[in-house]
Design a protein around this ligand. Structure first.
Ligand code: ADP
Length: 331
């Protein structure tokens, strides 16, 4: 292979890559020079990559893939790929494994969190069920009280399981673009009607522009999205006397803007970035007491992603929270 070809091949790669000829770096791309230093071309590979474990694989010249941590940057995980290209030359590529490791960690954390969330009410149920079964002298007042606790905790488990199933159903159709023509005006009106019964202490205002164009969507999911945002506004935004929730929909440039805003206590800035993570709560006890599962905003985020929309959470402590969703107008 001519030298110019090798260089242009390396330049076309996004990951750090080098061609090594008899232990010397002959060519490198910009990503490799950024990681290992600008002067690596022409250097002995042992000086360019000062990593004994990587060199153990590169110097003998045997093709293969090895998982290695810490080349160029402390703690950064790589797959070191070694391939023979031409007349003793080796192609060395460093493929970043950070994203794959983060995804795997998220999966493991999710299973651990979900198990913990389900085990807590289950332990309570077991404890009270044992008292009911074993204590023959228990008076009727205590029996009724324990029964009510068992029912409450079982309902909580059911809500968590239903939300987990919702989340996995939405994930299963993640790559299937929804294609029904859905009226956001109709969906918001239905959600406000559903919420009305549970929201005696706050007033909900519906402010929807006339003649709003349709979006291409999944009606059940869009209804779930507005339902979740409204329940949060009621659950967290309605603690003081004068609470007002505004559900608004209007037309933007190519988008429908759908917003649910409350004048509640708001979300502190340091939590804002994380509230759409599964099971993340600002105040776990308050969320549980009021029937939250910690999955509402994660479900919202997944529904918005499936609809190729955008999600913004704007909040000021002491003033309120607005969740703004943009959905593309149907062509
Ligand atoms: P949950 O089931 O706990 O409500 P969510 O995923 O819907 O879970 O929300 C995550 C967390 O974000 C909540 O526990 C709450 O702390 C915070 N949050 C969500 N919406 C609001 C809001 N409108 N006002 C204040 N805090 C909110």
């Amino acid at each position: 292979m001519a030298s110019a070809d090798t260089q242009s091949l390396l330049d076309a790669l996004d990951e750090p890559a080098m061609a090594i000829d008899h232990g010397v770096v002959r060519h490198s791309n910009a990503a490799a020079r950024e990681l290992l230093g600008v002067g690596i071309d022409g250097k002995d590979v042992r000086l360019a990559i000062r990593h004994p474990q990587a060199l153990e694989h590169i110097l003998p010249g045997a093709a293969g893939d090895v998982e290695i941590t810490g080349i160029g940057q402390f703690g950064r995980p790589w797959t070191l790929s070694i391939r023979a290209i031409d007349q003793g030359m080796l192609l060395i590529r460093l493929i970043d494994r950070s994203a794959a490791i983060a995804a795997e960690k998220m999966r493991v954390d999710f299973v651990a969190n979900a198990s913990h969330e389900l085990r807590t009410p289950l332990s309570t149920i077991l404890g009270y069920a044992e008292s009911l079964a074993d204590d023959a002298d228990l008076d009727s007042e205590h029996r009724a009280k324990f029964g009510a606790i068992i029912r409450g905790e079982a309902k909580r488990m059911l809500r968590i399981i239903e939300d987990l199933m919702s989340l996995s159903r939405i994930e299963a159709v993640r790559f299937v673009t929804p294609d029904d023509r859905v009226s956001v005006a109709e969906v918001t009106a239905s959600a406000v009607e559903n919420a009305g019964r549970g929201a005696q202490h706050c007033s909900i205002r519906l402010d929807v522009e006339q003649q709003l164009p349709a979006v291409l969507g999944d009606r059940a999911q869009l209804l779930q999205l507005v339902d979740n945002l409204l329940s949060n506004a009621i659950r967290y935004g309605c603690e003081q006397g004068e609470c007002v929730i505004r559900v608004a929909a209007s037309r933007g440039d190519g988008w429908i803007r759908l917003s649910v805003a409350d004048n509640g206590p708001g979300i502190p800035r340091e939590h804002l970035r994380r509230v759409t993570e599964r099971f993340y709560r600002v105040d776990a006890a308050r969320s549980r007491e009021s029937g939250g599962t910690g999955l509402g905003l994660a479900i919202v985020k997944h529904i918005v992603e499936r609809h190729k929309g955008t999600l913004e959470i704007l909040s000021t402590v002491g003033a309120g929270t607005e969740v703004l969703v943009r959905l593309p107008i149907a062509p």
